[in-house]
Design a binder for this molecule. Structure first.
Ligand SMILES: Cc1ncc(COP(=O)(O)O)c(C=O)c1O
Length: 452
């Protein structure tokens, strides 16, 4: 049952302003205007300290896939804590839910991805994936294969290795030298990079760039390419069908591993259990987090292929990588019923259907002179505003379009992520028509108010 408690908004806001450093926030603004504090969640809804109801149109941070307030997940966590709160997976130790989850994931991921190590989130998962790729080649007697290919607009987290793979300059600015050996490619962002081209021509251009990059850098120096099947935080870049089927063989031909970052796309969001299923390509390594527990507790991980696992299991080697919380029993005990809910309630199918519907509704905004592009896959969508449709010029940063859209959507009881680059929408996968309509209406009205 939901707790009924009254909150002292002013006191909470004052303490937040005094003591909390908010990630990816303008700290000056939060200190001046205060945070928005939520106290309760139920399915796709959130309530703030004043009792105002919002639609969580961003599912927390693209992660609350099964929606808020699932008592079953709370019970699973409590039961595991009472039985055995923690043992590590270091030194050959384990607890039953951790083992069970690895076995369950082996059923969910396509062959040959059958072996899993766990982490506490997305960045740790990508650090793990990148290190495993390098370590694999080192064990194979090719220690010079260390470079990593990634893409501009890719987001892989903010730990140093994941950050170097991330292709969004704002995350790099001011944080000193980046980890060397990362090479960024053009994203499959047709609206700005494939203008006037057919999908085939655009894909051919991107494949040619990949081949040129490999030739320039030397295949014998490249360990892996890391990429989101559909780019999320960088701007919901949905690749043209056929892109991954064209890119993957080039990597394979040059002995470059493919790492799919399924942190957002995993566990139903794109309309299939995994994002990779949309594109018919199986990577060598897959990283995941977010939706595996729907955010109820932190958990991430990587899956590796049989081939990699064989090499990693060399008889004379310790695998010197892992985190204290790799395979946390409580997190794994929550992941299992979370995955069951995703499957039993058909949430990937609901994401496909609801996403297609919402995309259709948002497409109508294209008539506005200030909407340049609308795109999405399943329940990850983005409306891209422009200052001028013909030139595709972005809104003037000085106008603070992101901040004003944030305010305008929140006033309408909808939480979405608004920046100068677009309004990103990613609600829980349980969402139904009335709330999809409410999101589309709030986004349209907010755009009219701010840019009309
Ligand atoms: C695709 C992708 N990879 C990695 C991450 C980083 O995950 P975390 O914030 O849990 O470290 C994110 C977070 O949004 C993400 O979207």
């Amino acid at each position: 049952m939901a707790m009924t408690q009254t909150w002292n908004t002013a006191e909470l806001v004052a303490q937040d302003q005094a003591h909390l450093l908010h990630p990816v926030s303008n700290l000056h603004q939060v200190r001046r205007d205060g945070p928005l504090v939520f106290t309760r969640g139920e399915d796709v809804f959130l309530w703030d300290t004043e009792g105002k109801r919002y639609i969580d149109g961003f599912a927390g941070l693209w992660n609350v896939n099964v929606g808020h307030g699932r008592a079953e997940l709370a019970r699973a966590a409590a039961a595991q804590m009472e039985e055995l709160a923690f043992v590590p997976t270091f030194f050959g130790l384990a607890a039953p839910p951790t083992i069970e989850l690895a076995a369950r994931l082996a059923e969910i991921f396509p062959d040959p991805i059958n072996h899993f190590q766990f982490t506490s989130g997305g960045a740790e998962s990508n650090e793990t994936a990148l290190k495993i790729a390098r370590y694999f080649w080192w064990l194979r007697g090719e220690p010079e294969k260390t470079k990593i290919l990634s893409r501009r607009m890719g987001y892989h987290g903010i730990a140093m290795g994941a950050l170097a793979a991330t292709g969004i300059p704002a995350y790099h600015e001011g944080f000193g030298p980046q980890v060397p050996g990362f090479v960024h490619l053009t994203p499959p962002y047709a609206y700005r990079h494939g203008e006037g081209m057919t999908d085939e021509q655009f894909i051919a251009k991107l494949v040619a760039e990949l081949e040129e990059t490999i030739a320039r850098e030397g295949a014998n120096t490249i360990a892996a390419m890391i990429a989101e099947p559909v780019q999320g935080a960088g701007g919901v870049v949905v690749p043209p069908d056929g892109y991954w089927r064209a890119i993957a063989p080039v990597l394979k031909a040059h002995n470059i591993l493919l790492i799919f970052d399924e942190v957002i796309t995993g566990f139903g969001r794109t309309g299939t259990m995994l994002g990779m299923e949309q594109y018919g390509v199986t990577p060598d390594i897959a990283s995941f987090a977010k939706g595996i527990t729907s955010g109820y507790v932190p958990l991430g991980g990587v899956g590796v292929s049989d081939d990699l696992f064989e090499t990693l299991s060399a008889p004379d080697r310790m695998f010197m990588h892992g985190f204290t919380y790799s395979g946390h029993p409580v997190a794994c005990a929550v992941a299992l019923p979370n995955i069951r809910i995703i499957e039993e309630e058909g949430l990937p199918a609901n994401a496909a259907e609801g996403g297609a519907y919402l995309l259709g509704e948002l497409e109508k905004l294209r008539e506005r002179p200030y909407v340049g592009n609308v795109r999405g896959k399943g329940l990850m969508l983005l409306v891209e505003p422009v200052a001028d449709k013909a030139s595709k010029a972005k809104p003037d940063a000085a106008l603070n379009v992101g901040g004003r859209l944030t305010k305008a959507t929140r006033e309408r009881g909808v939480i979405v992520r608004c920046t100068n680059d677009g309004i990103a929408i990613a609600p829980p996968l349980t969402i139904r028509r009335p709330e999809l309509d409410a999101i589309a209406a709030a986004v349209g009205e907010a755009l009219d108010e701010v840019l009309g």
